[in-house]
Design a protein around this ligand. Structure first.
Ligand SMILES: [Zn+2]
Length: 279
């Protein structure tokens, strides 16, 4: 009687997946704790990072590695010349320093969901993998553009009129910021290809830049703008650096910086999905 090797049963697959999820959870906790200590994440941000990190590892170790690469480089460009940037932005940006739960999910939520989608048999692997990498590429492109643009970009210009505005203003662009955007998107695209997560390197890079451009346009036109009467300064913060509450000076109330970041990753993921599907 010939013995036919049995295909792996659901039990065997589940055991392997559970073991990887447990290992991923431990790695994610270790990295989140280190990031919390380094001041890159707040308490709630660290908790959210554990969830996103574990989801990435459940999708595969390569996705976990891509997320770590994004996080380490994004934290590095954020820390680069931090004191200089804080001074140059003079309290304009909504949140500085440690990322909280909303910021982590706005940047990593779409990526985590799409990465998990690569585990679903009924989803086209090629398309969903490109979407996951595209969403993360958009987050990287936006972070690199903002951080490098504020530090080295001189006086940025607001779209669409291109009039000069203070560094850190949402929707403002500079040459250095644009170069940073392309570098961030390309970096994730090259890494995703090197980790054999997707073949669609060009699609991921284009999707990342498209997400960051959407972030800039929505930031310029629709994002909520606030004003501190005590200092006569524009800001994104609800409570200004000086301690005074700020008032809405334009834009859509619900569209704060985090909502716009979420939109950028959605556009990045959707663009990659459509291009990967079409090409
Ligand atoms: Zn003030």
């Amino acid at each position: 009687m010939a013995v036919v090797p049995a295909p792996p049963t659901l039990d065997v697959l589940m055991t392997a997946l559970t073991a990887r999820a447990a290992a991923g959870l431990l790695v994610a906790i270790a990295i989140a704790l280190a990031a919390r200590r380094a001041g890159s994440l707040s308490g709630s941000g660290a908790l959210a990072a554990v969830v996103v990190g574990t989801a990435a590892v459940v999708a595969g170790w390569g996705w976990g590695a891509l997320l770590v690469l994004y996080f380490v480089t994004a934290s590095a460009v954020s820390h680069l010349g931090a004191a200089d940037k804080e001074r140059r932005m003079s309290g304009i940006v909504a949140k500085g320093g440690a990322r909280d739960v909303v910021q982590v999910l706005a940047n990593g939520g779409v990526f985590a969901l799409c990465a998990l989608g690569t585990r679903c048999e009924w989803v086209d692997q090629h398309v969903i993998a490109a979407a996951a990498a595209g969403a993360l590429a958009a987050a990287a492109a936006d972070t690199w553009a903002t951080e490098l643009g504020v530090l080295f970009g001189g006086t940025p210009r607001a779209v669409p009129g291109l009039h000069p505005v203070p560094p850190g203003t949402s929707g403002a662009v500079s040459m250095v910021g644009t170069a940073g955007m392309i570098a961030g998107a390309l970096g994730i695209a090259v890494a995703a290809r090197a980790l054999s997560l997707t073949e669609a390197m060009g699609v991921v890079a284009i999707a990342g830049c498209t997400g960051a451009v959407a972030d800039t346009l929505v930031g310029a036109v629709l994002q909520e703008r606030r004003w501190c009467d005590a200092c006569n300064l524009a800001t994104e913060r609800r409570i200004h650096d000086c301690g005074a509450p700020t008032r809405r000076a334009g834009g859509v109330t619900v569209l704060d910086n985090d909502a716009v970041n979420l939109l950028a990753t959605l556009v990045g993921g959707a663009t990659a999905l459509l291009l990967a599907f079409a090409l």
